[in-house]
Ligand binder design. Structure first.
Ligand SMILES: [Zn+2]
Ligand SMILES: [Zn+2]
Length: 392
């Protein structure tokens, strides 16, 4: 064995590697044998669905949006749920996960980014987990707020027993009650671990490869409905990297973001509060910056256009941007007014809210109309001929 091979082998994190490689293998072999012999039971499917949701959302809603980004506050009961079922997802403790993730945001696409996509799809998806970086693993200096929480420290200290008990022993015990202990371990344990693992891993790989970059063009993170569907709504990743503290990733009403809907649901029943939202005005400004960059690139590419034509294009863009910004500013004001009124207590709260909500609806409609005009003008400026029209 050469010194280099020995060094490489020493870097391999054998426990994690064996776990990540054996779980899909066990799922395939044991799964095929079990299903061919016993079929698929309704109780197995039910416990599988519960465990996929409990552990998957503990990662997206809990580890990611609450602990790593502080996108909202929540009750102790919810936090403990995240700590227990997040551990059962077998993605390490909150401290390790969030420390890596904050490094990913800070150094995106650079060497210090633990799952740097520029090192390849495989590295970002799973490769980075197969090797040990001792220096990184012991450095929690970027998560002092989380280190200060004794519950989070406890979860870190006892991570493995919590993960095994919540991830495999509890399904076994639940299954024993209905006479299917190993069927429950297979479905709620093995199948579910593989599914949730790769769903999370896709946020680090696929979300940095496919989709659009409407908010920040200088980074690899992208928005894609395909990734969103596979990752509990984490696929609007360009928005997320631009506005990481927003509790939403998919901001449109139709955007598939069940993690956002769950946080709103927790707010409605009083278990979550202080949901952070980036004002519409700032979001629109980021989009316009990207559009302006695209337009500049096009103007630089097209040679031979007269100065008059270029000035005309720029003036049209500026005029359109100003009208969009006006609509966004009006909507932001209405959103703030409604948010303030909702926080107020008192008998006439509902009476005060009604007209404000009507104004908010009108501002949303105006923003929607402004957005339609914006995209029509933009398509024309980016794709149409760069000539001054005879009428101008
Ligand atoms: Zn990312
Ligand atoms: Zn993040």
């Amino acid at each position: 064995m050469t010194a280099t091979t020995g060094g490489r082998l020493r870097r391999i994190n054998w426990v994690t590697t064996l776990f990540l490689l054996s779980t899909p293998l066990v799922a395939a072999v044991w799964g095929a044998l079990h299903i061919s012999a016993m079929g698929i039971g309704a109780s197995e499917l039910a416990v599988f669905a519960f465990y996929v949701c409990a552990t998957g959302f503990s990662i997206t809603t809990g580890y990611h949006r609450h602990f790593a980004h502080g996108a909202y506050e929540c009750s102790r009961v919810v936090k403990v749920f995240y700590l227990l079922f997040g551990a059962a997802a077998f993605q390490h403790s909150v401290l390790s996960w969030c420390s890596d993730h904050r490094r990913h945001h800070k150094y995106i696409d650079r060497d210090e980014d633990p799952y740097n996509i520029t090192r390849g799809f495989f590295w970002a998806h799973i490769g980075w987990l197969l090797v040990t970086d001792h220096k990184r693993a012991e450095d929690f200096s970027n998560v002092p707020d989380l280190v200060a929480d004794p519950w989070i420290r406890r979860q870190h200290a006892h991570y493995l027993p919590i993960a095994v008990v919540m991830g495999f022993v509890v399904p076994f015990a639940l299954g024993a009650m209905v006479g299917h202990p190993w069927g429950f371990v297979l479905w709620a344990g093995v199948f579910r671990v593989v599914l949730v693992h790769h769903s999370t891993f896709l946020v680090n790989s696929l979300a940095h490869r496919i989709g659009r970059r409407p908010y920040l063009r200088a980074i690899s993170a992208r928005d894609s409905i395909v990734t969103a569907l596979l990752t509990f709504g984490e696929g609007y990743h360009n928005f997320h990297h631009r506005f990481a503290t927003d509790y939403r990733n998919g901001i449109g009403r139709a955007a598939w973001d069940p993690t956002k809907w769950l946080i709103r649901g927790l707010e409605m029943i009083g278990l979550a509060w202080e949901l952070r939202r980036v004002p519409t005005e700032r979001i629109v400004a980021a989009e316009l910056d990207c559009d302006s960059e695209r337009l500049s690139e096009r103007l630089a590419r097209v040679r031979g256009s007269s100065e008059q034509a270029v000035a005309h294009v720029r003036a049209r863009f500026a005029e359109m941007a100003a009208s969009v910004q006006r609509a966004a500013a009006a909507l932001t004001t209405r959103e703030r007014e409604v948010a303030l009124a909702r926080r107020r207590r008192g008998r006439d709260r509902a009476g005060q809210l009604r007209p404000l909500r009507a104004e908010l609806r009108a501002a949303r409609l105006e923003m929607r109309a402004a957005r339609v005009r914006w995209h029509a003008v933009l398509a024309e400026l980016l794709e149409g001929p760069l000539a001054v029209s005879p009428s101008s």
